[in-house]
Structure formats: C-alpha cells, structure tokens
Design a protein around this ligand. Structure first.
Ligand code: 13P
Ligand code: SF4
Length: 302
C-alpha cells in the first residue's frame, strides 16, 4: 500500500488538481497543500487557478467564494460539513432595515459569511484589507457584518466614518480574554503578543500587533523578538515554527481550535481527489449577485 501523502501527490497530478489550504487546517494537510494562506490570499489563488480541479481545505464560505470567483472550475471540499459559525451571524431583515435608515449606507461584509449575506452587501473584506477598503469607500455610513470584533477594530482605525456594528463573533476568538493575556504575559515575560482582529477589543488593545493569519506570520518573521504569544487558532503555529525554528511561539490560551477547520483530514483530501466528491455549487442567481462584492474587494485591494 502506498503512503497517503504519495497517493495524494499522484492523484493531484493525474487530475491536474490544486490543493488550497487555510492556516487553520491540520498540519499534515497544510504540509501536502500547493498553497497555504489567509482568506485573501486563497481567494486570489482560487480566482487565478488554471487547474482543472480545486480542492479547498477549509470551511464552506471559502469553497463557496472560490466557486463563485472561478465558475468554470470544479471546486470540491474534503468535508462539506466544515462550516464557519460566524458566517451565519447576520440578519437579512436587519440589512434591509439599515438600508432604509441611511441613504448612503454601504454594507461591508467580512468574507466569513454565507453567499446569501454577500448577495445583500456592497463589498467584501478580509481581515487583511478591511481597514483600507472601509477607509477608501465614499460612504459615510457603514454597516459592518457579521463580525462585531473585526468591525470594532476597523471602527477604531477609521474614526472619520460612522461604522454600525453587528453582534456576530467567532466562537474560537471570542473566548480569548484579557485575563488570558495577563496570565500568558506573566508566564512568558518579554514575549510579543500577536492577535487576530476577531479577538475581543480589550485583547486587541493589549496586543503588540493585530492582523490576519498571514500578517501575524509575516510580523513574527520580521520581528527582533525571540518569543511570541499567539492569539489566533493554533493551526498558524505550524507555519510560524516552520519559518522560525529559533523563535518560540506560545498559544494565548489552551486549545484555540476551530472544530470545523479540524474536520479536514488527509483521508478526506484523498477521497475528495479520487472521487471528485464534495463539489460546491452555488445557484446561478445567487452567484450573479454574491460575486459582485467579492470582485469589488479584489479590485479595491489591488
Ligand atoms: P484570515 O483571513 O486571517 O486567514 O482569517 C480567517 C478566519 O477564519 C479567521 O478566523
Ligand atoms: Fe469561522 Fe472562527 Fe473557525 Fe475562522 S476560526 S472559520 S471565524 S469559526
């Protein structure tokens, strides 16, 4: 019997497939992927991919976005039940109500959202480009969905706009508290604190750096510090340790894990490639509208 990794490599070649993986999926899946990145990087890679088959190792909004951005390609996911809880945490009625309230409203939608929410939005953002895109919009009133923490982070950076927050959150990052920060700093004196903007505001305020997964990895690589406390999902530790063997990385708290990202296993990646199972489809009427804010994000982030 050939090892699983070898079987995956052979299948990839045979099928002219590419594996895109997010930094939160298990280490072994990141290790066999062709591209590993944050949400923005992966969206760009999916759009530009020339492969016949895209296997997206991540959660459903990522596969859905890949499918909408590259409709001629077959996009499959190793586990179709891997979903992002926050992606559903905004209400269509509330969006309509906000549009009735403000004539110049822009609905800014974090990419961690369903296609049904994107359909009702003006522009998508990721954690790496949200501040720049919101600042560049001509609108004074912004309704930021679904993440209240990323929204609050953007609001603090763009005080000249009226940014209305929604109450969605990431269940993984929401659990990180200022008490965890105090405890981790006491345990690792001198370590820099690097956190994701999905963390609560008081955690972000205490950090030395706030950014997307890819930005955290880049910051740690350039920093003069030798040790770091990491306030995001544990999956980023794989790339941090790989790139910086002489630096030390400590999770802000124990078990910072997204159960959905961890559903992606090597066996499921192999089956996905072999049987081309787990195909993502988006109804054409939904795709036609939901792809617009995604395309606008890619344009504005250039
Ligand atoms: P990034 O865009 O920083 O990779 O974030 C994705 C995500 O799901 C964070 O919880
Ligand atoms: Fe969604 Fe949070 Fe998991 Fe990211 S870590 S995919 S925001 S539930």
């Amino acid at each position: 019997m050939i090892p699983l990794e070898e079987e995956i490599r052979q299948l990839k070649k045979e099928k002219n497939a590419v594996i895109l993986a997010h930094y939160y999926v298990p280490d072994c899946v990141q290790a066999i992927a062709d591209e590993v990145g944050d949400s923005f990087y992966l969206a760009k890679k999916a759009k530009d991919s020339k492969a016949s088959l895209i296997v997206f190792a991540g959660v459903s909004f990522m596969g859905e976005s890949a499918c909408m951005l590259n409709p001629d390609k077959k996009v499959c996911m190793p586990d179709l039940t891997a979903d992002c809880a926050m992606a559903h945490m905004a209400s269509e009625e509330k969006i309509k109500h906000m549009r009735d309230m403000y004539d110049d409203l822009a609905v800014v939608c974090y990419i961690n959202s369903t296609a049904a929410l994107k359909m009702l939005s003006d522009v998508c953002v990721t954690s790496s480009n949200a501040v720049g895109i919101v600042r560049a919009l001509p609108n004074q009133h912004i309704y930021f969905i679904p993440d209240g923490n990323l929204g609050a982070f953007v609001k603090a950076q763009v005080p000249e706009k009226d940014i209305i927050l929604n109450d969605g959150f990431c269940p993984v990052h929401q659990q990180m508290t200022i008490q965890d920060v105090t405890a981790a700093k006491a345990e690792h004196p001198g370590a820099q604190l690097l956190v994701h903007p999905e963390c609560p505001a008081e955690v972000a305020d205490a950090a030395d750096f706030v950014g997307s997964t890819a930005e955290i990895i880049e910051f740690a690589g350039k920093s003069e510090a030798e040790s770091f406390i990491i306030g995001t999902e544990d999956g980023v530790l794989h790339e941090l340790n790989k790139r910086n063997p002489n630096k030390h990385f400590y999770p802000l708290k124990k078990m910072q894990q997204c159960a959905d990202m961890k559903k992606v296993t090597l066996e499921k990646v192999r089956d996905c490639l072999k049987y081309e199972s787990g195909q993502i489809t988006v109804p054409s009427d939904v795709c036609r509208l939901a792809v617009k804010p995604l395309e606008k994000m890619l344009e504005m982030a250039k």
